[in-house]
Ligand binder design. Structure first.
Ligand code: FAD
Ligand code: MLT
Ligand code: ZN
Length: 471
C-alpha cells in the first residue's frame, strides 16, 4: 500500500503532509547546517495516534525523527539525506492537561510552546522558570529532549531539575506513563530521567509534569559595565552572598556583541552605562514583596566604590528591564544578521572562566584571524557561547576552513579545564564525533547499551547523539 495512504489511515488526513512545499520547512535546521529529505511529515493529534504510529514504524522498520519547534542548534530534529526518515512533528499534541497550584506543578503535552507553559503557570499565580530566547517557538517536548538551560539556571536549574514526571511513547508504541507530581519517589531506577536530554533517540516524550514556584513579586535588573571576566566572577560571589542568593540571571555580554546588536537588531537602544569591554545583565528575583532594587543598588554601589564595577544602571521601569533583556537576547540574531559564524557552547567551572576566556581568545587570534570573538552567555552557570563572526571583507571559505582546527583547540582547552563541549545545546548530529572523542569509553558503552535496549531496531532518530552501528 502507498505510504501516504497508510499514514493517513493511521493519523487522518490532517496528520500527514507530503506536498514538497508543505514539508520543506521541516527539512532544514534552524542554523541551516543540514538539508534533509523525507517522504512525509506526520503530526499525531493524540497520544493514542502517536502510539499507533510508532507501533507501525516498528513493524515496518521505518525511521522517525521527532521535531518540536525546530529551534535546536545541533541538527537533531532534521532528517538525513536518505529520504527514508519520517519527520514526527509534535505540534498538534499541545494541550495543557492540568494546572495544580496546590502541588506546585502542571501537566502539559509535548507540543505546547514554552511560552504557553509559562503563561499557564502565571494564570494560576505560579511561576515556571525555564526561559530561553526561543521561548515563543520552541516546544516543551524539545526543551525536555535537549535538557535546555537558558537564563534562570543559576537559581532553578536545567529542564531536568524542573521535571517531576514524564509520559513517553517507546519505539514499539508502548506507553511509559510516569506523570506523578511526587517530589520524593525512590522506587528503583530513574527511568524518566533517561529520556531528558536523549534528543529523540530513545522514545518520544508525549507529556510532562513540571515543577512550579510561587509567582515572582519582586524583580531588580541591572546593566553593569566591567573591565574583565574576572570582575564578573568576583561580583557573582559577592552578590550571591549579599542578596540572600536571589540572583536568578547573571549574563555576560562583550562590548563587540552590544555594538552588533545595536547595529543589526531593530528596536534596541543603548543601555546608557559607560562603555566598557564587558557588560553583565544581572537580575534578582523574589516571591516576596521586597525592595530588591535597593538590595541591588547597594551591592553595585559597594562594587563601584571598590573598583570592581565601572558603572551600572538599575532598570527603573518594566520597559527599561525589557530593553536590557532585548539587548542580551538579541545577540544570536545580531550574529546571524552580521554574517557567517562559528559556535561553541561550552561550560567550565565558574572560577576557571576568566582563564578560559583569556586562553580561548588567544587561540582565536592564532587559529582564526578571519574571525572575531563574541564570547557571551550564562556566565553565572559557567556556560559561555564562545562564538566567532567573520570579519567584514574576510574570505568566507578561508573563515570556515578554520572551523575544525579551532574547534579542536577550544574543546581540548575546555577538557583541560574540566569543562564540557556541550553545555546546553546537546549533541544532535553536529557533535556526534565530539562525544566519541571526549566521553569516557565506559560512558559510550553504557549509552549504546541503553539505546539497544529501548530502540533495538534503531528507528528512533538514527545517527543523532550516537553514530549508527556500522556507519
Ligand atoms: P527541536 O529543535 O525541534 O528538537 C531538538 C531535539 O529534541 C531533536 O533531537 C528532536 O528530535 C528532539 N525532540 C523534540 N521534541 C521531542 C519530543 N517530544 N520527544 C522526543 N524528542 C524530541 N537552548 C538552551 O538550552 N538555552 C538557551 O538559552 C537557548 N537560547 C536560544 C535562543 C534562540 C534565539 C534560539 C533560536 C535557540 C536557543 N536555544 C537555547 C536552542 C533551542 O531553542 C533549545 O535547544 C530548545 O530546547 C529546542 O526546542 P525545540 O522544540 O525547538 O526542539
Ligand atoms: C543564548 O543563550 O542566547 C543561546 O543559547 C545561544 C545562541 O542562541 O547562540
Ligand atoms: Zn544559551
Amino acid at each position: 500500500m502507498d505510504l501516504a495512504v497508510r499514514l493517513r489511515e493511521l493519523l487522518g488526513p490532517e496528520g500527514v503532509l507530503t506536498a514538497p512545499a508543505d514539508i520543506a520547512p521541516y527539512l532544514v535546521d534552524h542554523r541551516r547546517l543540514y538539508q534533509g529529505a523525507s517522504p512525509a511529515v506526520v503530526a499525531p493529534a493524540s497520544v493514542a495516534d502517536l502510539q499507533r504510529l510508532l507501533a507501525w514504524c516498528s513493524e515496518t522498520a521505518t525511521p522517525v525523527v521527532p521535531q518540536g519547534g525546530n529551534t535546536g542548534y545541533c541538527g537533531g530534529a532534521t532528517p538525513d539525506e536518505s529520504g527514508r526518515q519520517l519527520v514526527l512533528s509534535l505540534r498538534r499534541l499541545n494541550r495543557v492537561r492540568a494546572v495544580d497550584p496546590a502541588n506546585f506543578c502542571l501537566t502539559v503535552e509535548a507540543g505546547c510552546l514554552l511560552a504557553q507553559v509559562q503563561a499557564a503557570a502565571a494564570a494560576a499565580n505560579r511561576y515556571f522558570p525555564l526561559s530561553l530566547g526561543s521561548e515563543g517557538s520552541c516546544q516543551i517536548g524539545g526543551n525536555l529532549a535537549t535538557n535546555a538551560g537558558g537564563t534562570s539556571v543559576l537559581r532553578y536549574g536545567m529542564t531536568r531539575d524542573l521535571t517531576l514526571g514524564l509520559e513517553v511513547v517507546l519505539a514499539d508504541g508502548r506507553l511509559l506513563s510516569s506523570l506523578s507530581p511526587l517530589r520524593k519517589d525512590n522506587t528503583g531506577y530513574d527511568l524518566k530521567g533517561l529520556f531528558v536530554g536523549s534528543e529523540g533517540t530513545l522514545g518520544v516524550i508525549s507529556a510532562a509534569c513540571l515543577k512550579l514556584y510561587p509567582a515572582q513579586r519582586s524583580t531588580a535588573t541591572a546593566w553593569v559595565s566591567i573591565a574583565d571576566p574576572a570582575a564578573a566572577i568576583q561580583l557573582l560571589g559577592r552578590l550571591r552572598e549579599g542578596s540572600g542568593d536571589r540572583a536568578s540571571s547573571f549574563e555576560l555580554v562583550p562590548h563587540v556583541a552590544l555594538e552588533l546588536v545595536l547595529a543589526h537588531v531593530p528596536a534596541t537602544r543603548s543601555p546608557g552605562t559607560a562603555h566598557a569591554p564587558w557588560y553583565l545583565l544581572i537580575e534578582l528575583t523574589s516571591s516576596a514583596s521586597e525592595d530588591l532594587q535597593a538590595v541591588l543598588e547597594a551591592a553595585l554601589g559597594r562594587a563601584i566604590e571598590s573598583g570592581l564595577v565601572q558603572d551600572a544602571a538599575v532598570a527603573r521601569s518594566e520597559q527599561q528591564r525589557a530593553d536590557f533583556w532585548r539587548l542580551r537576547e538579541s545577540v544570536p540574531e545580531a550574529q546571524r544578521r552580521a554574517g557567517g559564524s562559528l559556535k561553541h557552547d561550552v561550560s567550565i567551572p565558574v572560577a576557571a572562566m576568566p582563564e578560559f576566556i583569556l586562553r580561548g581568545a588567544r587561540l582565536v587570534e592564532q587559529l582564526a584571524p578571519e574571525g572575531y570573538l563574541i564570547a557571551y552567555g550564562h556566565v553565572g552557570d559557567g556556560n559561555l557561547h564562545f562564538n566567532l563572526n567573520q570579519r567584514p571583507g574576510a574570505d568566507s571559505a578561508a573563515f570556515h576552513a578554520r572551523e575544525a582546527p579551532l574547534k579542536r583547540a577550544i574543546h581540548d582547552l575546555v577538557a583541560e579545564l574540566s569543562g564540557s563541549f556541550s553545555a546546553e545545546h546537546g549533541i544532535g548530529r553536529l557533535k556526534v564525533g565530539e562525544l566519541e572523542r571526549y566521553a569516557q569509553p565506559l560512558e559510550l558503552e553504557l549509552m549504546r547499551g541503553i539505546k539497544r535496549l529501548l530502540d533495538p531496531q534503531g528507528i528512533m532518530n538514527p545517527g543523532k547523539v550516537l553514530r549508527r552501528p556500522g556507519s
